[in-house]
Write a protein that binds this ligand. Structure first.
Ligand code: ZN
Length: 212
């Protein structure tokens, strides 16, 4: 929703729900972990009133553990924290689950899959950043694809129920690459919100998955 029109956010979210989106991905930035500021719990609460879709809240903030309760109370279904911002990652994901949400961990483009290896059985989602976090509309980094494939192998080998999500620069071409590498959840910003026909844009991303 970073690419949505914030002046009419409720309408925008209802529109992408009608257009076939599965989740609403909310990028929370604090101006410290990333050089940009976006939204906090009140906006998540407003989105909660506007849609029945799961709210997938991606925290790009320092000390994310301080904000878990507030975002769960606001209506977040999934809360993901960056490994680079969470020195006690195992404890933080346990706190997210205890608060009542599904727990995700996020890797910046330079971060190794090894940094989430030992929490894989304790999380519901791994999010691989395919751009440097902070802004919408950046170009996809294909260098992260081997990391997606390695994570897919680990998840499958252990028979885990962990979603593998990719975020940044997703369009129909990069969606196919990401799905082929092993991702099963795609975050699309400008590819959906910037499209004239959002139903068609979402359908095209799904189609990219079928042909990957
Ligand atoms: Zn995100």
């Amino acid at each position: 929703m970073l690419s949505a029109d914030f002046a009419r956010l409720g309408e925008e979210v209802r529109e992408v729900q009608a257009a076939g989106a599965d989740w609403i991905h909310v990028d929370v930035m604090d101006g410290r972990f990333v050089p940009n500021l976006t939204v906090g719990p009140p906006v998540v609460a407003a989105l909660r009133r506007a849609t029945t879709l799961p709210l997938d809240v991606h925290l790009m903030i320092v000390e994310p553990e301080r904000w878990i309760e507030s975002f769960v109370r606001a209506g977040a279904d999934v809360i993901s924290v960056h490994v680079e911002a969470s020195p006690h990652l195992h404890r933080t994901v346990a706190e997210i689950r205890r608060a009542g949400a599904r727990a995700g961990v996020v890797l910046n483009p330079h971060s190794s899959e090894e940094s989430v290896r030992y929490v894989l059985p304790d999380v519901d989602l791994v999010l691989v950043m395919s751009v440097d976090p902070g802004f919408g509309g950046q170009a996809f980094l294909p260098s992260v694809l081997p990391k997606v494939t390695r994570l897919r192998e680990w998840i499958d080998a252990q028979g885990l129920d962990v979603a593998l999500e990719i975020d940044g620069g997703i369009d129909t071409r990069t969606a196919a690459q990401a799905l082929e590498a092993g991702a099963d959840v795609l975050v699309a910003g400008s590819a959906v919100f910037g499209a004239d026909d959002r139903s068609r844009a979402i359908a095209a991303l799904r189609e990219a998955g079928r042909t990957a």
